[in-house]
Design a protein around this ligand. Structure first.
Ligand SMILES: NC(=O)c1ccc[n+]([C@@H]2O[C@H](COP(=O)([O-])OP(=O)(O)OC[C@H]3O[C@@H](n4cnc5c(N)ncnc54)[C@H](OP(=O)(O)O)[C@@H]3O)[C@@H](O)[C@H]2O)c1
Length: 198
């Protein structure tokens, strides 16, 4: 059975992914979040553990990483510092597999557009992860919505982002997270743009 640590588990994509993991896989989940009282779980108590913590708190993070197979980071804010903490603790504890949600635009892969200062933390976090020895997959979604649909395609680092003016659903990104987490070796050491398909 796969053990998955979800960092930022109250995040919007993370909550959709949690539902998909519980409905469609037999994975055991550790939900790591600040202010755990907000979390509403329905059923599957035997497969879910909740840890209240900040990702920048390396002691709590290290304890939560014990016994995990996959780390899925769904964070915002101080992304560079968060990436540094995650990489450091994963390398220390011997964990390899990281799925990290970033954003489209970090490599200036949107035709005719250069990234602004808002994306700087996302760019720096990606550099930290790419310089590590981890089996990472960075996901770079387009603008997001909460539609109940799974309609997406991916592009690799070095390719132009497709359909960048279209909005992709959080459920699509969550679907890809579940596939990556449950399929050994899938898209490791890669960075995927995630766009809405027509
Ligand atoms: N909006 C878009 O269209 C779009 C497009 C592409 C990419 N993205 C990016 O994709 C990422 C995921 O999207 P989302 O919609 O799931 O984001 P979200 O709902 O904002 O979730 C981010 C989560 O990160 C958590 N977090 C931040 N700092 C933390 C820390 N130090 N320790 C623990 N948790 C921390 C937040 O926790 P709290 O709830 O405790 O604050 C929040 O729950 C975000 O970075 C977002 O900016 C967004």
């Amino acid at each position: 059975m796969t053990n998955i640590l979800i960092l930022g588990a109250h995040g919007q994509i993370a909550r959709v992914a949690t539902d998909l993991f519980l409905k469609h896989t037999d994975a055991r989940l550790t939900l790591y979040l600040r202010n755990a009282r907000r979390l509403k779980l329905s059923g599957h108590a035997d497969r879910v553990r909740v840890v209240e913590g900040d990702v920048l708190d390396t002691k709590t993070l290290e304890a939560a990483m014990a016994g995990q197979d996959v780390v899925y980071a769904n964070l915002a804010g101080q992304l560079e510092q968060q990436a540094r903490c995650i990489v450091k603790v994963m390398e220390k504890t011997g964990l390899k597999r990281l799925i990290f949600i970033s954003s489209m635009g970090i490599y200036d892969e949107i035709p005719g557009e250069r990234h602004g200062s808002i994306l700087e933390p996302y760019c720096k976090a990606a550099s930290v992860i790419e310089a590590s020895r981890l089996d990472y997959t960075i996901l770079r979604p387009a603008w997001l919505n909460n539609r109940d649909e799974i309609e997406y395609g991916t592009t690799r680092k070095g390719e132009l982002f497709k359909n960048c003016s279209e909005v992709v659903s959080r459920k699509s990104v969550a679907d890809l997270v579940v596939k990556l987490a449950m399929t050994s070796g899938l898209e490791t050491r890669s960075s995927l743009g995630v766009h809405k398909t027509a």
